[in-house]
Structures are given as structure tokens and as C-alpha cells.
Design a protein around this ligand. Structure first.
Ligand code: R5P
Length: 292
């Protein structure tokens, strides 16, 4: 197996290769004067199982095109098979037609990867794993919730309660509570598809006098986590922290989150940013060793 370090995830890919004890292929990249992406594998992948690691965080379109070009380069260079690791998968949230005349963007991304002949796709806490079944492509979705919860456990959070800001994330809070103890709770959340306005109701869980960690797959504008934190503080929570797999937020959103009473936000390096305090490299290396 050879790990190819896509430009968006070169550091993570290098660490995956080190932990999986396999070769690493660098990638040359530049922009043409008109803005198009140029990409080239800086090493041979012929007759090797190539694993391309490329996250598709902002600028999503550039990172996505770089990924597609890398897959084509590896296939043309006669890799024996190509696995793509997309730690954060852009367009995954548009997993159905919410309003008439919209595309299903997540399916479009997968159909292109399948047409390019990828063998399998590995993601981390992808928003909607069901879409992969619709496109009939081999898929492994890993969860970073365990490593995020263990990060808090190591910091002395044994007995803290785990909360999810919506019904879909409830399984994340439940998984985290098995590590932290302290039980779990969840909110129900509705988002107006036109205005984007969010409303939330605390459905289950005790907040009074508790240390709480809110777990979610994504923090973007921070609106979801802020609303959950305010409700939990209002219900008597002692301290509230937030943890997510993918931190898409700006520094301004981060400051607003702290302003809502959250003590700290912790994320993984699926998107390398100032809140990335936990690495998914070990999780990926272990999985790739098993799969390839
Ligand atoms: C939505 O279902 C996701 O799980 C996240 O809760 C959402 O994407 C967070 O977005 P924001 O930070 O903009 O509220």
C-alpha cells in the first residue's frame, strides 16, 4: 500500500503512512494562470494499492477537483487499485432534494468517483452514509466520536454528560457517554430550508449542575451548538464544552460560540484548523491496514 498525500491533507496523509508503516507519495500541485488546478503524482504507484488522502473542506470545489484529478492520475499510472480517503466530504449535506428542482449533490460526487474507478471510499462521520448505498460503491465510514470522547476523558472529564444537538447525532452522544459515563441527552432540531433559521427543543437528558460536552459531526456557523449551549446553561449546566469531527467555522464563529457560554471547542484534523486537537491518523491507518 502507498499513501498519496493530497494537497488538502498532506500532513495527515504523511502521519497515516507513518502509522501504517507504508510508503508515501508526494503530490505536485500548482494553479494555471486562469485558475485551473494542475496536479501530478511525484512518485510511482504502478502495481501498488494506492490510497489517496484528500479532504474536501473549503475551498471545496478546488479540493474536490484535485481529488478527482489525483484518482485519474493513479488509475492511468496503473495502480492495482485506488482507495480514496475523504476525511471531510463536501456536498454530503445535500443528500436529498429538499426543495423542488435541486440536485442531490452528494450522489453527484460519488457517481463521478465511481466512474473514475475508485475501489472504495473511506470517510469519517460523513453526514449521510445512506447515500453511498444508493450509488452502490464500497464505503467505510469511521466515527471519530470515540477519540474525541477519550480526549476529554484524558483531561479529567470522567462522569461528564454527553449531549447531541439533534436526533440524528443522538447516537454520537450515546457512544461518547459509554466512554465518559455521566449519561447522555439530545435535542430535536428543525431548520427552515429557506431562511436557515433553527429551532430546538431539549428532548432528553439532565443538565443541572453537570459538566457537559456537546458532540456533533459538523460545526459551521456555530448556530446549532450555540443554541444547545444556551439551553443547557439555562437548565443549570455547570460548564459546557463542544466537540465535533469537522470544524468548518471561522474564528469569528468560534468567538461567538465562546460568547454563548461554551468553554472550549475541540475538533479533529479532518479539517486542519485552530481547534484540531485530536488526530484521526491512527483511526485511518488501522482501518487501511485491515482493508488493503
Ligand atoms: C446538521 O444536521 C449537522 O449535524 C450540524 O449540526 C450542522 O451542520 C451544524 O451547522 P451550524 O454550525 O451552521 O449550525
Amino acid at each position: 500500500m502507498l499513501v498519496v498525500g493530497g494537497p488538502a491533507s498532506a500532513e495527515l496523509a504523511r502521519e497515516v503512512a507513518r502509522l501504517a508503516d507504508c510508503g508515501f507519495v508526494e503530490v505536485e500541485t500548482k494553479r494555471f494562470p486562469d485558475g485551473e488546478s494542475y496536479i501530478r503524482l511525484a512518485g510511482e504507484v504502478r502495481n501498488e494499492k494506492a490510497v489517496i488522502v484528500q479532504s474536501t473542506y473549503p475551498p471545496q470545489d478546488t479540493h474536490l477537483v484535485q481529488l478527482l484529478l489525483l484518482v485519474d492520475a493513479a488509475v492511468r499510472s496503473k495502480a492495482s487499485e485506488v482507495t480514496v480517503v475523504i476525511p471531510y466530504m463536501a456536498y454530503a449535506r445535500q443528500d436529498k432534494v429538499f426543495r423542488s428542482n435541486e440536485p442531490v449533490s452528494a450522489e453527484v460526487v460519488l457517481k463521478i468517483l465511481k466512474a473514475l474507478k475508485v475501489r472504495r471510499i473511506v470517510t469519517v462521520d460523513v453526514h449521510s452514509p445512506e447515500v453511498f448505498g444508493r450509488v452502490a460503491v464500497e464505503h467505510v465510514n469511521l466515527s471519530a466520536i470515540g477519540i474525541l470522547a477519550r480526549h476529554f476523558l484524558d483531561l479529567g472529564f470522567k462522569g461528564a454528560s454527553s449531549f447531541a444537538p439533534d436526533r440524528k447525532a443522538a447516537r454520537m452522544a450515546e457512544e461518547a457517554s459509554k466512554i465518559l459515563g455521566g449519561g447522555y441527552g439530545w435535542f430535536s432540531k428543525q431548520r427552515d430550508r429557506v431562511t436557515g433559521e433553527v429551532s430546538m427543543v431539549l428532548e432528553q437528558g439532565e443538565a443541572e449542575n453537570r459538566e457537559i460536552v456537546i458532540f456533533d459531526d459538523i460545526i459551521s456557523s456555530g448556530g446549532t451548538v450555540m443554541m444547545a449551549a444556551r439551553t443547557l446553561k439555562g437548565a443549570g449546566a455547570k460548564r459546557v464544552y463542544a466537540a465535533c469531527t469537522h470544524a468548518l467555522m471561522s474564528e469569528e464563529a468560534y468567538r461567538k460560540i465562546l460568547g454563548s457560554g461554551v468553554e472550549e471547542v475541540v475538533s479533529t484534523d479532518t479539517i486542519p484548523t485552530f481547534t484540531s486537537k485530536v488526530s484521526v491518523a491512527g483511526l485511518l491507518a488501522e482501518t487501511l491496514r485491515r482493508l488493503t
